[in-house]
Write a protein that binds this ligand. Sequence first.
Ligand SMILES: [Mg+2]
Length: 230
Amino acid sequence: MIRAVLFDLDNTLTDFMKMKEASILGAIDGMIDMGLQLDVRVARDRIFAIYDRVGIEYQNVFDIFLKEELGEVSPGILAAAIVGYRRVRDTYLVLYPHVRYTLTELLRRGLRLAVLSDAPALQAWLRLHYLALHHIFEFVVTFDDTGERKPSPAGFHKVLDFLGMPPGEILMVGDWPERDMVGAARLGLPTVFARYGDTKGVTESGADYEIDDVKELLGIIERLNAREGG
Ligand SMILES: [Mg+2]
């Protein structure tokens, strides 16, 4: 019997990489407008190379970028980057199709909902508020709650403690097999691979189920629960 659903956040509920890509291009437009002389694609690739080094959540990526490109951080160009980034981010941070419908429907059916994210707490909560999902989940476990990323069992243990139910009753949904699927499966949670959020071309997810649309969760849970109920 599935009685709770545990969601990864980025690239599972929200199309994080689409937002990131578009926001960076917005920042680059702003910097070029302020005098930066660099091809857009070259600038884009250099900024993402910095993210590869320091992590995609790093908040001062333009400081590093400008220091590397110009030898100094010009406040005028930095401001252009930040404003360009934020303007685009606010319109591009969106949910995948059918996320709101599916979450609402899961709640209506009496399932408990939670989030386990590797993002820093503030960033995760900012995204939940932007997306108006902040009242949907019973609780949200982030990187800051344990200091460890999936597939570490630490976050999953926190979730199990909160929910107080056997792992077999909690369905894990995520886009990153090595983190979301492996971490959950080790503790006995059934797993669903969100193929629609995959940006890495995953062929073998190792998950119990794979979905191309988040609303397929409803049918999976229905079938699992009918099997046991009947
Ligand atoms: Mg993810």
